[in-house]
Every structure is written in structure tokens, then in C-alpha cells.
Ligand binder design. Sequence first.
Ligand SMILES: C[S@@+](CC[C@H](N)C(=O)[O-])C[C@H]1O[C@@H](n2cnc3c(N)ncnc32)[C@H](O)[C@@H]1O
Length: 386
Amino acid sequence: MTPGARVAAAIEVLHDISDGLAAEQALTRWARRSRFAGSKDRAAIRDHVFDVLRCKRTAAHYGSGGTPRALMIGILRQQGADLDALFSAVGHAPQPVTEAEAKVPMPPEDEATLWNLPDWLIPLFKEALGDDAGKTALALQERAPVFLRVNIAKSDRAAAIKHLAGEGITAEANPLCDTALTVTEGTRKIRNSTAYAEGLVELQDGASQAVVAALPAGAKLLDYCAGGGGKALAVAAQPDRSVYAHDIDPRRMADLTGRAERAGAQVTQLTTEALQAAAPFDVVLCDAPCSGSGAWRRAAEGKWTLTAARLAELTVIQDSILDSAAALLDENGTLAYATCSALTAENENRVAAFLERHPGWSCSLQQRYAVGPKGDGFFAAHLRRD
Ligand SMILES: C[S@@+](CC[C@H](N)C(=O)[O-])C[C@H]1O[C@@H](n2cnc3c(N)ncnc32)[C@H](O)[C@@H]1O
């Protein structure tokens, strides 16, 4: 496909998204009906679509409108692309830019456009992040780096970097955590590499790894909201741990068995009914469902679909998860709460509300991880009985 045809395809996908399809679904559907597209085409189209989703307001500003075509014009203009070359109408490229579309607007000045956030989230970002609010909003507009976790049960960081280099993948130590690597070249080769197939490395955000590394010692750990099991697997690589995984929706753990086999890790999956019999645990990790606002550079749609009502709903779920998980803990155990949210309502406020509901408990650690080159935005807190 030509660069122009890729832009036309991205506009098509953005139409499907504006009709209500989730971005991943829209991209998959486009790929299914476009068998002629190669993997590089699909990757380029994906990049265009996610660039727009991360920066929808500035794209709309520079494209003077909110239609998929205007958004693409806006984002490409912002990126300094040659619009006349891309919108050439040659082959499958979009129609040339009109005289009206060719007018370049003055740079935006209002905060919400510059920060690429819905208006209602601006005060919440300021409340949560103070002087770092703008920096965080801007960081969420960047493409996320690719991070790997070195499986310390099978390799170490230096050996993994060497192994990956032999497969054309350049990675460097990520200072956020001893197990973390940042991939600087060859990201698209990871899934077909032997390092990945043999379980020497796993894809995992740097801050997620740091949250796991900060967990207290304790033989028996339950990952209460395990999902795909990224954190459970990271704990299972540590020596002297028995790891259990649970999710209210067990289908979310469908890949966990295969991933654990690849890693040579042992993770016991528990249904909700089986939790009580397996308790007490020394550590219960609650990586709770949240707005995902610390990870919006990966899942940018969330920025535009989150509502105040959904945020309030999430806080109720988070409180209930913490209460249920606390009941499964050994009396000397640690309840570890984590979110990939940047918002106070889902983080510090949930810890404070838990402490109010549970006299005789205190918080032994509370930490925020900033969105940036080392990882996504995360929050972690450890709660213990006094
Ligand atoms: C942030 S994701 C977990 C990600 C996972 N820990 C990882 O590192 O890959 C949150 C998970 O919590 C699960 N969940 C939602 N409500 C829950 C509840 N009440 N009890 C347990 N799990 C719940 C969701 O199904 C979802 O898989």
C-alpha cells in the first residue's frame, strides 16, 4: 500500500470507531476485509488511528473539524507530513485537500486542547498531579514504549539483552525495576523471537513490574484481579512464592495457563467459590479495574469514553474488591492495592476510605509512578493490620 492508501484506510477505520466500534475491533475488521494489506501496512494504519485517538482535540483543531478525514488532516499537519503528497487521489489515496482544508489554524491556546483531555478531567488531573498535570497529559499523547520483563527464573537482564540482540531486538535496562527492559529497536520482532517463545522475556509495562517488585515477602500470594495474569506471572518468577490467581471473570485468565507454561511458572487458578478454602494468604494483590488513565497512551479511547458516572461506579467496585480481598488475608498479611490510574478518586481516596471502614489498619506504603519513558502511570498502596 502507498502511504496515501494507508491514510485512506485509517480514515475508514476512524469512521467505524465513530460509528461505535472499539478501536481494536475496527482495526481487526478492516484487516479481515483487506487481505491485500501486509503487516507493515497494518502497523502503519494502526499508528495513524492511535495517533488520532491520543490527540483527538489537537487533531480536530488543526484539521478544523471532527470528521475522520478532518482528524487525519489535523494529526498529519501536526506531525509535519506533506498533505498534498498523501491526499493525492492517486491509487487509493484520499481526495486532495480542499482550499478550506488547506488553511492552517493558529496554534491552540486553551488547556483542554493542548492537554488533549475532555474538559471535565482537567480539574481532576490538577487535583491528582498538581504541577505535573500538564506534563502527564502531554506524556499521554506520546506512543508508549515497548517494555519487557526478564523472567528471572530463566535468565538475567544482561543475558536477556544479549539473547534479544542476537535476534535483531535492541533492549536496554529500564531503571524503574531490576527485571525491566525498554526495547529501542526491533519491537515488531518480539512475538516471533525465541527469547519470547522460550519464556526468557514477557511483554510487561515497566511500572507494573515495579509494583510487583515492591510487594512484601510472603510465601502465599493471591492475585485477586489477575486478568491475563501479567502480575501473577511476575511474582511466580520470584523464589519462594506460591502464587494463586483469581478473576471475577475467569475467561480473562484464559491465556494464563499457556503463558505460565512458557515461563516455566506455577500459578494456581482459583474460582471465586474456591477462594475461602484456599485462604488465608500472606499477600493479596488487588490490581483493580480502573479508568486506565495512567495507560491512556496505549488505550487512548478510554480518555474520551470515561464519564464521571463511570468513574464513580469504578470507585464503588474498588472499595468492594478491597473489602472482599481483606477478608482473605492472614492477620499479619499485606493487602496490596494497585491501579493504572492517575486520578485521586481511584487511588489515595480509596486508601483513605478503606482505612475509615477498617479501624485498626494502616497504610505502610503509598506510591505513584509517573507516566513517562520508563512506564505507565501507576499507583500502589500496602495496607496492614496494626
Ligand atoms: C486491571 S485488570 C487486571 C490486570 C492484570 N492484573 C495484569 O497485570 O495483567 C482488572 C481485572 O479485575 C477483574 N475484576 C473486576 N471486578 C472484579 C472483582 N469484583 N473481583 C475480582 N476481579 C475483578 C477484571 O475482570 C479484570 O480482569
